[in-house]
Design a protein around this ligand. Structure first.
Ligand code: CU
Length: 73
């Protein structure tokens, strides 16, 4: 399933890549799409343990990369 999160602080493709990579490490099977203008990150994963439906995992990854997690859309 896919879930979209609001992530604040991304200003360029480098930021987008940093967030994307951090989530990828936390949720290895995920496909990640970053919408810079919309401050949104969509995480699509097959689910299961450690899947993207566990919002706290995404939150931790985003914050660990130095950005602000602003909740699921
Ligand atoms: Cu940047």
């Amino acid at each position: 399933m896919a879930k979209t999160y609001n992530v604040l602080g991304m200003t360029c493709q480098g930021c987008a890549n940093a967030v994307s990579n951090a989530i990828k490490v936390a949720v290895p099977d995920a496909t990640i799409d970053v919408n810079l203008e919309g401050n949104a990150v969509t995480v699509e994963s097959t689910g299961g343990a450690g899947g993207a439906e566990d919002d706290s995992i995404v939150k931790k990854a985003v914050e660990g990369a130095g950005f602000e997690y602003a909740g699921a859309v």
